[in-house]
Design a protein around this ligand. Structure first.
Ligand code: AMP
Length: 299
């Protein structure tokens, strides 16, 4: 089965204490789509401008990503720029140039409307609603978000939570949404807003799933060097959805293993700028790290 991924497709200019890289391929949907492509067929829905480098379209194609739903509009591609502090955890947005993203309306081609696995990667909740309005009989819908939408589109986001199966957010967003400092108390409150599955990401400390079978503590792969964590969260959820789309059995049977595969895919993302490392991966590289992680956490 395939995964439909809707989100931002961007050019990212990223600054770390060690280096600076302008106009890399980025955006929530780009990271998630490449990550998912190691496991299942992917359909990407997004928008880019006519300045979008052809080599990036080629890169999507090399990963077998279906681009029928990618709109190419006259104007500039969404450009985001961020800077990391020395610890590589704190990030500051330097610039957001919306370009063609400002008037983006996601349109699902007829062939995309019945995709069983739907990932609403980080975009405005109103657009995430619009995707669900066009989707028919999805088997599993997961949404991601960011602090911006909690600040400026809170009501839309809360309404969205009633329409999805799984919600993925990071620990500071969970605190912002629920006002709870304790992550388990926050999980309980988020379930009450709708989603059956809630995953709280904790960066290099892994993530926590809460669902019908209880909690699962998913580790992050131990990295000795982080080059650029941009898109790690998107790679995590993209890898997880890709794995789920091809795994046999129920969501409950597969979700933990899917999170581990997402976590490992995200670890590779952190080892290069933008998508530089992820796009050089083979499925066997991911499977090797999954085995290592299994050994590290068995007791
Ligand atoms: P993450 O590191 O997982 O938070 O995701 C970083 C990605 O989010 C970058 O590739 C950006 O292009 C993208 N991004 C930044 N701001 C926005 C926004 N307002 N809406 C959608 N995507 C964004």
């Amino acid at each position: 089965m395939s995964v439909l991924i809707v989100g931002s497709t961007a050019l990212d200019s990223i600054k770390t204490p060690k280096a600076e890289n302008p106009r890399l391929l980025g955006g929530s949907a780009s990271h998630a789509a490449v990550a998912a492509s190691f496991f299942s067929p992917v359909k990407l829905v997004g928008v880019v401008g006519d300045d979008f480098p052809k080599k990036y379209l080629e890169l999507y194609r090399r990963h077998g990503i279906d681009l029928e739903g990618l709109q190419i509009k006259a104007g500039k591609t969404f450009h985001w720029s961020g800077e990391y502090e020395v610890n590589m955890n704190n990030r500051r947005t330097l610039l957001t140039e919306l370009g063609v993203f400002e008037t983006f309306t996601p349109v699902l081609p007829a062939a995309h409307q019945r995709t069983p696995f739907v990932l609403l990667a980080n975009i405005a909740p109103a657009l995430q609603h619009h995707v669900l309005d066009q989707s028919r009989g999805a088997k599993f819908v997961v949404a991601d978000t960011m602090d911006l939408w909690l600040n400026i589109a809170f009501n839309d986001l809360v309404k969205l939570l009633k329409r999805i199966d799984g919600f993925v957010l990071n620990d500071s967003e969970a605190h912002q949404l629920t006002k709870e400092d304790n992550v388990f108390a926050a999980l309980k409150k988020i379930h009450k807003l709708g989603p059956k599955y809630v995953i709280i990401k904790k960066g290099s400390h892994g993530s926590i799933l809460s669902g019908p079978r209880g909690f699962f503590l998913c580790p992050a792969y131990p990295l000795h060097k982080v080059v650029d964590p941009t898109g790690a969260g998107d790679s995590f959820v993209g890898g997880m959805m890709g794995y789920l789309a091809t795994a046999r059995g129920s969501i409950d049977d597969n979700l933990r293993r899917a999170m581990i595969h997402g976590s490992v895919t995200a670890s590779f993302c952190c080892e290069g700028f933008g998508l530089n490392r992820t796009t050089k991966l083979k499925r066997a590289d991911i499977d090797r790290r999954v085995k290592e992680l299994e050994k590290l956490t068995r007791f």
